[in-house]
Design a protein around this ligand. Structure first.
Ligand SMILES: [Zn+2]
Length: 149
């Protein structure tokens, strides 16, 4: 890692400090300046870290937008909408398998969350997103009842 401009500045101040009378007003001012440079260096390091994290987020978003092409909206028999992988992308798009349903809500926020079956006191089958807590009715119990008639 190369020496930061702050480090160079600090070294220069230390050089000046050595030639200035240690008890004089100039030394006090230089000491204050040195403290300011220290805090600026900390601030700079935090900004560099934050910038790297933001670059990663942007890269993840761009990748998600590319991957988005592999998915399609799908309406379940209950009428609820989910996201599924396109038939030609099964096994490719982020190891998505046929029959996996993704949460619409999370997908719109660039997150892939696979819906999992849950038990409810209902004749209908439900799926739940463990990321956002959404619950989706999978089948249509009324329609199923009619099919038996
Ligand atoms: Zn969700």
């Amino acid at each position: 890692m190369s020496e930061s401009r702050f480090s160079v500045l600090l070294r220069q101040f230390q050089g000046v400090m050595e030639v200035v009378d240690s008890g004089g007003e100039a030394a006090k001012k230089l000491f204050e300046l040195q403290r300011t440079v220290f805090s600026l260096e900390e601030e700079n390091a935090a900004l560099i870290e934050e910038n790297a994290a933001l670059k990663q987020t942007v890269a993840d978003y761009k990748q998600f937008d590319v991957d988005r092409e592999s998915y399609v909206h799908h309406q379940l028999p209950s009428g609820a909408w989910v996201v599924v992988v396109k038939a030609d992308a099964v096994g490719q798009a982020d190891t998505m398998q046929d029959g996996m349903y993704l949460c619409e809500r999370c997908f719109s926020k660039r997150q892939r969350s696979i819906l999992q079956p849950i038990e409810k006191r209902s004749s209908a089958a439900y799926l739940k997103c463990h990321e956002c807590g959404s619950e989706v009715m999978k089948d249509n119990p009324h329609k199923s009842a009619l099919d038996f008639c």
